[in-house]
Every structure is written in C-alpha cells, then in structure tokens.
Design a protein around this ligand. Sequence first.
Ligand code: AHG
Ligand code: MN
Ligand code: MN
Length: 329
Amino acid sequence: MSSLVNLTRHLLHENTYSRESLELANIINQLVLAAKLVSREVTKAGLVDILGATGEINVQQEEVQKLDVFANTTFIELLKQSPYVKAVGSEEVSDIVVFNQAHHQHSEYIVHLDPLDGCSNIDVNVSVGTNFVIFRRVSKGKKLTKADYLQAGKQAVCAGYFVYGSSTMLVYSTGGGVHGFTLDPSIGEFILSHERLQLPEASTIYSINESYYPKWGQKFRGYVDNLKKDKNTKGKIRTARYIGSLVADFHRNLLKGGIFLYPADKKHPNGKLRLLYEGIPFAYLIKQAGGYASNGQEDVLEIVPKKLHQRIPLFIGNTKDVKEAEKYL
Ligand code: AHG
Ligand code: MN
Ligand code: MN
C-alpha cells in the first residue's frame, strides 16, 4: 500500500510541502476533476450525443466540436472554484478569462490550456488530450496585466497534459523531473506509473504531417529527405509516426525517443501550433526529460508571447535532432 503514490502526495512530497506546492496541488486537483469528467465523456462518445461539430467557428477560425465546448466549459468552471487561480487562457476563448469573485481577491496563478487537443480525432476514437501550463503573476496590483499572462515558458511553475487514450494519463512537472500518473478507473485516482521520465537516448521516430511537403521551402524538404536516410544512434533508420493530436504524438515520442516537427509552410506562415498552450507546456516537459524544443531559431521557453493565441513553428524532441533541424530553418 505504501508504494501506491497518488498525485497530491507526490506533488507535495516532491516540493517539500512548500506553500506554493499546496497552492499548485489545489489547482491541479481541479484540473484532475475536470479531466476525469472529460475522460468519462470521451469514453462514452458514440453512445451519447457528444460527437460532431456544433456548427460554430472558434477564435482560431476552426470548426468547434461538441467535446471542445464541453472540455472548455468544464476546465474553466472548475478552475474558477480554486481560490488560487486568477485567470485562464483557453484556445476556445478569444480573451483571457479573469476571475473577479470575492474568493479570487488574492489569487496569483494563471493557467493556460488547450482543453481538447486533437479535435480531428474525436469522432474516430483516436487519443485526444488536454495541455496546460501554470504561471504565477508578476505584478502586484489589483488588476491583472499582460505581463502576468504573457510570460516566457521559462517562468512557468508547472506544466503538463492529460491524454485520453487506451488509458487516461496525467504527465506533469513542477521543475523536478517529469512524472506520469495513470487513472485507475476502479478507484478514480491517478496513480504514479512513470516516475522521472527521461527521453531515451536513441531517437527512433520522426513525426510530421508530410502532406505539406509541397508547401515547404526547398531547404526543409531536403532536411526531411535526409531524416529518412539518416541512421539514429542505434544505427537504425527512423520510423514515421503521426497521429494528428500533438499531445498523443508528444507522449509517444517522450516514451520512445524522437522528433516532432510542425514547421511554417505556405498554409501556416507562422506555424500552426499555439505558443502558450501547445508550445510551452511541451517545451517545459521536454526540457525536464532531457530534450529540447525550438521554433527553428530559439528555445521555445525563451520566447515572450506577444499575444494569447500566438502561433509558432515547433520542433521538439531529442536535443541532437532538434539542433540539427535548426540548421535547416
Ligand atoms: P486542436 O485540436 O487543439 O485544434 O489542435 C490540433 C493540432 C495538434 O493537436 C496537431 O498536432 C495538429 O493540430 C495537427 O495538424 P495537421 O492536421 O495540420 O497535421
Ligand atoms: Mn491543440
Ligand atoms: Mn484544442
């Protein structure tokens, strides 16, 4: 029984029961409750009327799925209950959502999230997830400022994701390594299953949507051609794996070693993925796991966001691979 470590116990113990860890534990518990509700809906999808589009277009000019809406509302409502969360930035909401209720007077944390990542996979029973990053505000005044919610990833105090796959998992870090927890549905608890995850040294996978090949520049095409011929540190040719849910692609590559690439192209001149809730959470985690994330020029964790829904090209995985990719960008 003593070897059974649940999330709260792990987080508090790892951070020596500091005040900040107690506050983070409260926030993460709210995220966990929301994730359990989303996980329940995901597993019921097909039986209940939760599949398909709502008929609306979101702030990113993308079709909104019913599960996107459910996840967004659930995460925001549950975070609102935490006295420590001052504001939430969500992919599905154009502006930062600031909480002004009495119990938020002294709240200091900002949570950015992608409530449902991989929406094109909802209807086909393929893994989706939720990505998040937590910052502590920097200004002291009553009013939240842009400097509070547009911080560089290196300032984050916690990052993680839930993946709703063949099992539901939470992977998180508060700066002391990356840890994975698996939801045991029989007791409704996330139990430590992957302690101190480190990227395997051999990078065996490359993940990219190659249908955009004609839209890439010449140099980058050459790089991807080489990637296929190039042997990894184990002397093996890489294999291609691409799910189309960043969270699931990242999770697999974290466990198996590899590089995920989403460059800028003619269709996406600034890249497609969003810095705050797709780039930063994974960049934070990959660094903790011994890897590296770049926008092609610099470390993703160094970029100070200019706006909430800013997009970036993303290259993330084993450091050696990402550094090599940077040469072609
Ligand atoms: P979201 O479902 O939150 O809009 O994100 C989708 C993202 C990401 O999860 C995935 O890696 C990427 O879009 C896939 O894009 P392509 O279909 O262009 O490959
Ligand atoms: Mn996403
Ligand atoms: Mn999304």
